[in-house]
Design a protein around this ligand. Structure first.
Ligand code: ADP
Length: 241
């Protein structure tokens, strides 16, 4: 359990009237048209909605890669829109882990070196880096595969390496963008079971974009976007692996 971030019920991410407008005047597009929601510590949230509904824009703001045009995004009570670029980069490095559809691993680099990368950016010493990366790989079920390159691993295993890389810094939040989009259904379920385990056992807060209802069933909450607005926000009993 990561006690540093373990305060269940505390707001981790909160949108207050968030708007995001791309372009100007007649060509302006409101990707987000006034969005309110809050995600508490320990939640597992699926973000859904048709193409163009604002999911990616929402994730980019949640991940402090972009800032709102209007309204406020609070990350752990801090107004992320008021931070400098450098402060936002720091916030990402210390509090957020990212997982993508395409895994985004370095090709000619071993699993353990891929997992160590975020710790290199943090300036962690070599020995501690190695130990933490080893533990992270064990956590995702890849003990013994430390020296394999991505090409020597299956798609599901590559996504596990990517999840280990996201977890190695002990982030407060894991942001996953279609994490099962490139996997077959059996491998997808394994990845969802792993995310469920990390959420329950490590207490990590997860926000995941998916267009697959089967995958969203693993989350305890579903936020559905439509035309840049939250169309529904429902809590359900999550599917167990
Ligand atoms: P989704 O992820 O649900 O497909 P997006 O957040 O990518 O939706 O997009 C929401 C709307 O904002 C769409 O109409 C899209 O065309 C527009 N949009 C997104 N990013 C940009 C951008 N960088 N420049 C202009 N329009 C954008």
């Amino acid at each position: 359990m990561n006690t540093e971030h373990a305060n269940p019920g505390e707001a981790v991410m909160e949108f207050r009237g968030v708007t995001k407008v791309y372009g100007e005047a007649e060509s302006a597009v409101a990707a987000l048209a006034g969005v309110d929601f809050r995600v508490d510590q320990g939640e597992f949230v699926a973000i859904m909605g048709p193409s163009g509904s604002g999911k990616s824009t929402c994730m980019n703001i949640l991940g402090c890669l972009d800032t709102p045009t209007g309204g406020t995004y609070l990350f752990k009570g801090v107004d992320a829109g008021r931070l400098s670029r450098k402060q936002r980069a720091r916030l990402r490095r210390y509090y957020l882990g990212f997982v993508f559809q395409g895994f985004n691993l370095l090709a000619r680099t071993s699993a353990i070196e891929n997992v160590e990368l975020p710790l290199i950016y943090r300036g962690t010493k070599a020995r501690e880096r190695r130990e933490r990366a080893q533990r992270a790989l064990e956590l995702v079920g890849l003990k013994g595969r430390e020296d394999h390159t991505p090409a020597e691993l299956s798609g599901g295993q590559q996504q596990r390496v990517a999840i280990a890389r996201a977890m190695v810094t002990d982030p407060a939040v894991l942001l996953a963008d279609e994490p099962t989009g490139n996997l077959d259904s059996a491998r997808s379920e394994e990845i969802m079971e792993l995310l469920t385990k990390l959420n329950r056992e490590q207490g990590i807060t997860i926000a995941m974009v998916t267009h697959e209802p089967d995958m969203a069933e693993y989350a305890g909450r579903r936020i559905l976007f439509h035309d840049g607005l939250v169309a529904s926000d429902t809590r359900t009993t999550p599917k167990r692996g």
